[in-house]
Design a protein around this ligand. Structure first.
Ligand code: UDP
Length: 380
């Protein structure tokens, strides 16, 4: 039998695909990475506009408490000291995120942790009585138990329903557990020990990871292609021993059990003739009257203090959430009960494939951050 040219065909050049390519290449394996888009990097891809790295598919902030993960990514490209501290705007009024003493002081005109605790405890009590000993079943119940009614109504409910296109009562509780609640004046969005952005942008991370493997962009695994006819779903075994698949798992199985839901996003990028538009990288719009969920001013990820004035222009992106349909990019799995059941049937099929590794947000139908992907693959 003729030997295959590649050990691995990797479908998708996002972070999962690129990490697998790095892992396998360093183990002496030969990899071919393909991607439907014209570029590598998946959703962490950046485009340089006016000297600013623009996160084309949504803001990405790397954060982890795992020193091995942090040292690893920094060995590929050094990271800066960016600390995420988004603002939330509700009907024109600004609040600090995550939920901390700055938020509470603004919300209730108080100053001490005791006052904040008392108000939140009072508001939680109502929900506690309704739960009557059972665990919160959905995002609304979880949020009311975490921060009470006022914060829920101003900073969570409308934002979340806009983001996910579903009532908070139908969304899984874990989504909101991502956000810290603190009785100290600390606007750091993450609890992790390390966070930052690659100096020079995320493309450097991806390029470093893909070093040493073959790459073809602009080809769709699900369609016959001229560039590499064997790199498609019917013929991949002709070129590689194993397949790493990072795209939609339901599509891999030709939607035989039905379609999984995904949330998509639409980005409106704009270059503005001013050096500093909103004074912060991220502003969330938490009321339902504004159609977008957030505005990102990209230069603040990499330029701090007066440095933002070194470039006279700025690039701002408005992020509009929408339901996914064919032709749009899928960004988030919708991990509600209905979809999780459907995913379980696809997962059962996937478990029967000895030569295919399914990984990442779309193939595992999981709301992954970047660091857990790196961590998982470092452990292989
Ligand atoms: N969230 C919210 N208000 C905010 C920011 C976040 O209610 O101002 C909730 C919302 O349900 C969202 C979840 O917290 O889906 C997670 O937010 P995060 O910013 O971590 O999500 P991502 O950046 O992955 O979209």
């Amino acid at each position: 039998m003729m030997e295959n040219k590649y050990d691995y065909l990797i479908v998708g050049a996002g972070l999962y695909g690129a990490m697998m390519a790095w892992r396998m290449t360093t183990q002496g394996k030969k990899c071919l990475v393909i991607d439907r888009r014209q570029h590598t990097g998946g959703n962490i891809y950046c485009e340089n506009i006016e000297g600013i790295n623009v996160h084309k598919y949504g803001a990405h902030i790397f954060h982890t408490s795992n020193k091995k993960v942090w040292d690893f990514v920094n060995s590929i490209v050094p990271f800066n000291r960016y600390t995420n501290s988004p603002l939330a705007k509700y009907h024109g009024r600004l609040y600090n995120l995550p939920f901390n003493m700055n938020t509470f002081a603004r919300m209730w005109n108080i100053t001490t942790p005791d006052e904040a605790r008392r108000i939140i405890e009072e508001q939680k009590q109502e929900m506690r009585e309704r739960l009557n000993g059972r665990q919160p079943q959905n995002l609304e119940e979880q949020a009311l138990m975490l921060v009470g009614k006022d914060i829920y109504e101003v900073l969570i409910k409308e934002y979340t329903e806009k983001q996910w296109g579903r009532p908070c009562t139908e969304l899984p509780a874990f989504i909101i557990k991502r956000l810290p609640v603190r009785f100290v004046y600390d606007n750091n969005y993450f609890n992790d020990t390390y966070q930052g952005i690659p100096i020079g942008g995320y493309n450097k991370l991806i390029d470093g990871l893909l070093n040493g493997c073959d790459i073809i962009t602009g080809i769709d695994f699900f369609k016959p292609n001229d560039l590499c006819p064997e790199a498609n779903i019917h013929r991949w075994r002709e070129i590689a021993d194993k397949l790493v698949f990072t795209a939609k798992i339901d599509q891999f199985y030709d939607y035989r059990y039905g379609r999984l839901d995904y949330r998509s996003l639409r980005f409106e990028h704009e270059t503005l003739d001013c050096p500093n538009f909103q004074g912060n990288a991220v502003v969330n719009y938490t009321d339902k009257e504004v159609a977008y969920t957030r505005t990102i001013e990209h230069k603040h990820f990499e330029m701090f203090g007066d440095k933002v004035y070194d470039i006279p222009k700025t690039v701002v992106t408005k992020e509009y959430p929408q339901e996914w349909h064919e032709g749009l990019e899928p960004y988030y799995p919708v991990n509600d009960d209905k979809n999780m059941q459907l995913y379980a049937s696809y997962k059962a099929l996937a478990d029967q494939e000895p030569d295919v590794i399914f990984g990442g947000r779309l193939a595992e139908y999981k709301y992954y951050d970047m660091a857990p992907i790196v961590e998982k693959i470092l452990e292989i």
